[in-house]
Design a protein around this ligand. Structure first.
Ligand code: MRU
Length: 344
């Protein structure tokens, strides 16, 4: 992605350090965070310095590479095993994290006890995982632009942009490409409570690219459906199951139902790293529950009744029957066929 005239990825590996755009500081401050051990990267994933399923997949892969670099020879396997478990536990819903960490872990294991070689392989494997993820997202944009009619008014939820991936985005890759093709689109950006990924990050990315858009409250989407001002919904996802059910940011499910009620196409965009080939259906997906402070306080200002508890599920499940198609780098598929088709 281009920021202030320079090319960036959301996360990368340089001089034995994991570097990332600090997404908690955007849109007001653009800063790069960097870490030299995997525990720091684990904390950055947990606190959402880096976030978005494919981006945390790549961050996890690089963090696993750091763990391998720092693992003492005499405890190599045990150190790797506990790093893998700690990293995967930071955010349970996005399967990309599991996939990224496991990719580096499995590739590295094959070279033990040649520890020098194993360390080189870990870095190469992490880079390979991140590069493939970025290429898939670029291709998703090219493939997906065909579902965007000229003049489309598109609703998106959360941030499925370049920040949420290694580069390009998923839902936003499609939107970017449609804009490049001069389709005269307009994007409704759900603010996405409680962390405001739409209002802070999607809006920032769209502004950088000069794509016409407006931020709306999460509860305003129904009003725009009712006014017939939404032609298309596109979001990303944190996990796609074998039956085509998906998990995505809390609030996605209700948008899918509204789209269904109004007979508006509802698309999900996902790279290969977001497919879980062991997950039969949505009820098998673990839903991350985050701290109640995220709901009750904004930037340290507590806005809610202090004595009341809050419930903060971070994701919900959208059943396959509400999804028009899953946009992948290999094509656009019916939800129930997608897992099989992306593997082929
Ligand atoms: O909690 P987040 O911000 O990591 O959630 C991100 C989302 O829900 C995105 O829509 C999803 O990861 C797809 S990103 C291409």
């Amino acid at each position: 992605m281009q920021i202030n005239g320079n090319d960036y990825r959301s996360v990368w590996f340089e001089h034995h350090r994991v570097k990332m755009i600090d997404q908690n500081k955007l849109p007001h401050t653009f800063a790069i965070a960097e870490y030299s051990n995997y525990l720091e990267v684990a904390a950055a994933i947990r606190s959402m310095t880096v976030r978005g399923a494919p981006a945390i997949g790549a961050a996890g892969a690089y963090a696993m590479a750091l763990a391998v670099l720092n693992a003492p020879d005499e405890k190599f396997r045990a150190y790797m095993r506990s790093a893998k478990a700690e990293l995967i536990a930071t955010r349970p819903t996005a399967i990309d994290l599991n996939n990224g960490v496991s990719y580096v872990y499995e590739h590295t294991l094959k070279f033990i006890p040649d520890y020098t070689h194993a360390r080189q392989v870990a870095i190469l494997a992490a880079r390979e995982f991140a590069n493939k993820s970025a290429e898939d997202c670029h291709q998703i944009g090219i493939v997906g632009a065909e579902v965007v009619p000229h003049g489309a008014r598109i609703l998106t939820h959360c941030n499925a942009g370049a920040l949420a991936t290694v580069d390009w985005g998923t839902a936003l890759a499609v939107i970017r490409m449609a804009h490049k093709q001069k389709k005269d689109i307009f994007v409704y950006v759900d603010e996405t409570r409680p962390r405001f990924q739409g209002a802070r990050l999607t809006a920032w990315e769209l502004e950088q690219e000069g794509i016409p858009h407006a931020i709306i409250t999460d509860s305003a989407a129904g009003f725009y459906f009712w006014k017939k001002e939404i032609d298309l919904v596109i979001t990303g996802t944190d996990r796609v199951c074998l039956n085509g059910d998906i998990a995505n940011k809390i609030g996605t499910y209700e948008k899918a139902i509204m789209a269904h009620e109004h007979r508006i196409p509802f698309y999900i965009a996902a790279p290969l790293t977001t497919f879980d080939f062991t997950c039969k259906e949505g009820t098998d997906i673990p839903i991350e529950i985050r701290e109640e402070e995220e709901i009750k306080c904004i930037n340290g200002n507590c806005i809610a009744n202090p004595g009341s508890p809050a419930l903060n599920p971070s994701f919900d499940i959208t059943p396959a029957k509400y999804i028009t198609g899953i946009i992948t780098n290999k094509g656009i598929f019916k939800p129930r066929d997608a897992a099989q088709k992306v593997q082929g």
